[in-house]
Design a protein around this ligand. Structure first.
Ligand SMILES: Nc1ncnc2c1ncn2[C@@H]1O[C@H](COP(=O)(O)OP(=O)(O)OP(=O)(O)O)[C@@H](O)[C@H]1O
Ligand SMILES: [Mg+2]
Length: 492
């Protein structure tokens, strides 16, 4: 046997690895992963959307020596088999190069460790012209001319990753459209980063909070569990032991949509579509990798839509989860699936209860409803509450024939309740339902009619007035209840 060393042909390999499928936002997140793995505290993303477009990620982490920089620029700088620090977000030794060059043609890394500053560059056109893995390494004078080097100089240590010459991303856009396209990508990336790194930039661990800025504007965390919301129900965290590593699983039941303020909705952003985003939220070393899926354990369902389950996996289990290079996909191994089923069923059951009894106290519901949900051996139907004072009054006013008509009318209304239509509309857009649509005078008149009928029946109106705020119709009109109490207080 004779050994032949076949080196890949650089221009072709580099060009083809660009198509691995990174989006702009996932590529940028990969660069931030590197900074966080090296304990950066502050990361500045500086960009220019006018020609010439660039993006620079500037961190205050430990920086690199010259040898470390050269090693970092190598495709496959660290094997996926090597053991990694527990907080290392890297895995393949490829992200810096592949993520960057999937977006642009020129990747420059400038790094400071001690007093020295080093710089190196992968330039796709240079690789093509040299027909080899030719890395540009800069001398001191050349480094002085590099973008943001003065900012780096002021830091104890740190690294700049600079992307220039965006080709694919701006392909097809006219010169005048390019900066708009670029700005849109930046906006998507800002949202993505506020979500995937929310546990680093949020208040989960205030003493170790990381700050990320986009052109000096701080990125605010997007917490998919609204964990600080008083109506969010965090359930008990459970630990699964898999191959000597702990997987932590913590389910949350989100508040029903009408309990969410504008700020909450802003915090949820794209995740505000509850039905779409129910499911597991899988974190690798606290970095969100995949979200909004039940991994086929159960179906996405309208009634499960308040359920979100946080799953924390350490990087020691990477091989089990088959994390992909872009760290945007993970497959659930069977041993973990088995353990998660019970947790999911419990969580989903709670979501269903919150959803079905929204706005009412499930354990102690002493409201007087207009519509009563009646459970008939697993099937439910809404029926009109015939104990309502107005209904009773009407029954009384009508003769026998009139009562038959009333009964038929009510039964027809109940039977034709448009369940599917309501369900469909709610599922599409929860805020489209119009409730509390009567004006003050109309509601006041209803209340007065009720009081009149109660009085005429010789019954006590005090009990009625005192319980008005327990009748679900009046709950939405507290100002009417107050006025009735004022006006009829002396009668009572
Ligand atoms: N901002 C940085 N500060 C210090 N060192 C860095 C920085 N960015 C990258 N490095 C070094 O360069 C190496 C290569 O980074 P690269 O992203 O290519 O691979 P990785 O992070 O090891 O794995 P992955 O392919 O999963 O991202 C890192 O392991 C790290 O040692
Ligand atoms: Mg990396």
């Amino acid at each position: 046997m004779k050994k032949e060393i076949i080196l890949p042909y650089a221009p072709i390999l580099v060009e083809s690895t660009r198509s691995i499928g990174y989006s702009f936002e996932s590529a940028l997140a990969d660069i931030i992963d590197n900074s966080l793995s090296k304990n950066a505290k502050e990361i500045h993303i500086r960009f220019n959307s006018a020609v010439p477009q660039y993006v620079a990620v500037i961190d205050d982490a430990c920086g690199m020596s010259n040898d470390e920089l050269i090693a970092a620029m190598r495709y496959g700088s660290k094997s996926s088999q090597d053991e990694r620090e527990a907080n290392d977000l890297g895995r393949f030794g490829l992200g810096l190069k592949m993520a960057s060059l999937s977006q642009c043609r020129k990747l420059t890394v400038i790094t400071k460790q001690g007093k020295e500053i080093y710089g190196a560059q992968w330039d796709l056109d240079y690789i093509i012209s040299q027909k080899d893995w030719a890395l540009k390494c800069f001398d001191k004078a050349e480094i002085n001319d590099l973008l943001y080097v003065d900012e780096l100089r002021k830091k104890e240590s740190g690294t700049i990753v600079l992307w220039e010459a965006f080709d694919r991303m701006l392909n097809g856009a006219t010169e005048s459209q390019k900066s708009k396209v670029f700005d849109e990508k930046i906006e998507i990336a800002r949202n993505h980063i506020s979500l995937v790194f929310h546990r680093f930039i949020g208040d989960e661990n205030p003493t170790q909070r990381i700050k990320i800025y986009f052109n000096n504007e701080k990125v605010e965390p997007k917490d998919p569990f609204l964990s600080n919301h008083p109506a969010t129900q965090p359930l008990v965290e459970q630990t699964l032991l898999v191959e000597d590593s702990c997987i932590k699983v913590k389910p949350y039941i989100l508040p029903y949509a009408d309990k969410l303020s504008t700020k909450d909705k802003k915090m949820l952003g794209d995740l505000g579509d509850l039905r779409q985003n129910q499911g597991f939220y899988v974190y690798r070393n606290k970095r969100l990798i995949i979200w909004g899926t039940w991994f086929r354990l159960i179906k996405q369902h309208e009634l499960n839509k308040l359920a979100r389950v946080r799953v924390d996996i350490p990087n020691s289990l990477d091989s089990l989860w088959e994390i992909d290079i872009k760290k945007s996909a993970a497959f659930l191994p069977d041993i973990i699936k088995k353990n998660l089923v019970g947790i999911v069923e419990n969580t989903v059951g709670r979501s269903e209860r919150v959803y079905r009894y929204r706005g009412r106290n499930v354990s102690d519901d002493d409201l007087q409803h207009i519509w009563n949900p009646i459970d008939n051996r697993g099937c439910f139907q809404y029926l009109i509450n015939r104990d309502l004072p107005l209904y009773k009054k009407l029954e009384e006013c009508l003769d026998e024939e009139g009562n038959r008509y009333l009964d038929s009318l009510i039964k027809t209304i109940e039977d034709a309740f448009p369940y599917s239509d309501v369900y469909f509309r709610l599922a599409k857009s929860e805020n489209a339902v119009r409730t509390s649509s009567l004006d003050f005078d109309e509601v006041y008149k209803v209340a007065v009619d009720m009081i009149q009928s109660i009085k005429e029946n010789g019954c006590d109106i005090v009990t009625f007035i005192n319980s008005m705020d327990k009748i679900d119709f009046f709950i939405n009109y507290p100002e009417v209840v107050e006025k009735i109490k004022e006006d009829y207080g002396s009668d009572s």
